[in-house]
Design a protein around this ligand. Structure first.
Ligand code: ASP
Length: 340
């Protein structure tokens, strides 16, 4: 079999940062440093190419404009490569992975995001293993020549997760990510063990780059005062609202809140209900405290993560023309982000 070709796209993040002795903060530096720090990269059985953001960013700076840049690089280099590794800060990696899963539909090749909790030049860095294994997975093929992974994924600390099922769970543990509602796509030990977990999709790549970020995210809590949030429910500035509710999609019984939602929806607004629990699913109507949502047509977000819900909403608003189309798209499994 021919040596697979893997394109590394460096966007920034801790993995490519060093300590600035003058300011004491972590700042991005030249991508070539990666080869110096992990010379073993050259021993992997892959042909490597690299592209770096002109100005690498901390992933807190990520936004749809950067997502478009990353997706465009993958799209332009898709035919020429067997797989892609995106080096990215861990803070918003789950958002970028979710966004890319909606932007790059019909993938038959792996797009793997990875990074690290410690800079690559630290002795105890987790970056070395994360990068090496990500490259190996990006080049991994079945005996028929097809790629073992054919979607957007996150590799971190021995686990390869479906990108849009992943969430960052720790600011300092090496095991920084989890995928509470979906099993790993692969686990790395002495061998890399792959699971077969495909979702229904086309095998022709389509690129979607439009996002509309007029979306608000509202987390409910006991004692929640609806009037504080009144200005959010204004269709002229906010096209969609995501409610992070309790348990299986429940919220306090509150006439003022219900009236805000009902009026907003009459004005053309769309409301999506996801759970603030780490795992499990929204099931509107299961309890009295969620039956109002069901009655007025709030969309149940199933077991989507917050990251997937935010990116999917922006993608749906950017790509659909009618309110009904947006609602239908939100409720439907597009890229493996929710259980059917
Ligand atoms: N602040 C960094 C970032 O997300 C943290 C990291 O890379 O892990 O870019």
């Amino acid at each position: 079999m021919q040596q697979p070709s893997v394109l590394i796209i460096y966007t920034g993040g801790t993995i490519g940062m060093v300590n600035d002795p003058e300011t004491g903060t972590l700042t991005a530096f030249n991508f070539d440093h990666l080869y110096q720090q992990i010379p073993e990269i050259k021993r992997l059985n892959v042909r490597l190419q690299t592209i770096s953001f002109e100005k690498p960013v901390d992933s807190s700076e990520m936004n749809p404009t950067y997502w478009k840049q990353i997706a465009a690089i993958v799209h332009e280099n898709y035919e020429a490569n067997d797989g892609f590794v995106i080096l990215h800060g861990s803070d918003t990696m789950a958002y970028t992975a979710s966004a890319l899963s909606f932007m790059l539909q019909g993938l038959t090749k792996p797009v793997i995001l990875t990074g690290s909790q410690l800079p690559i030049d630290e002795i105890r860095t987790d970056g070395r293993e994360n990068v090496l294994t990500s490259i190996e997975i990006a080049g991994a093929k079945n005996t028929d020549g097809s790629s073992k992974i054919q979607e957007v994924a996150i590799y971190f600390e021995n686990n390869l997760f479906r990108g849009n099922r992943t969430t960052k769970i720790s600011a300092n543990a090496f095991e920084a990510f989890s995928s509470p509602n979906f099993p790993p796509l692969a686990t790395a030990g002495i061998q890399i063990n792959y699971a077969t977990t495909e979702y229904k999709k086309s095998s022709t790549l389509s690129l979607f780059t439009e996002f509309d970020n007029r979306v608000a995210l509202l987390k409910i809590f006991p004692g929640f005062n609806a009037s504080v949030y009144q200005s959010l429910f204004d269709i002229s500035s906010i096209k969609g609202i995501i409610l992070e509710t309790f348990g299986a999609g429940n919220a306090p019984t509150d006439k003022a809140f219900d009236d805000l939602i009902e009026k907003y929806m009459e004005d053309g607004g769309i409301v999506l209900n996801i759970t603030q629990c780490n795992s499990g699913s929204v099931e509107q109507g299961l309890y009295e405290t969620s039956s109002f949502f069901q009655k007025v047509g709030v969309v149940g977000g199933g077991d989507m993560t917050t990251e997937a819900a935010v990116c999917k909403f922006m993608y749906a608003l950017g790509n659909c023309t009618s309110r009904e189309q947006i609602k239908a798209l939100l409720a439907q499994n597009i890229s493996g982000e929710m259980t059917d």
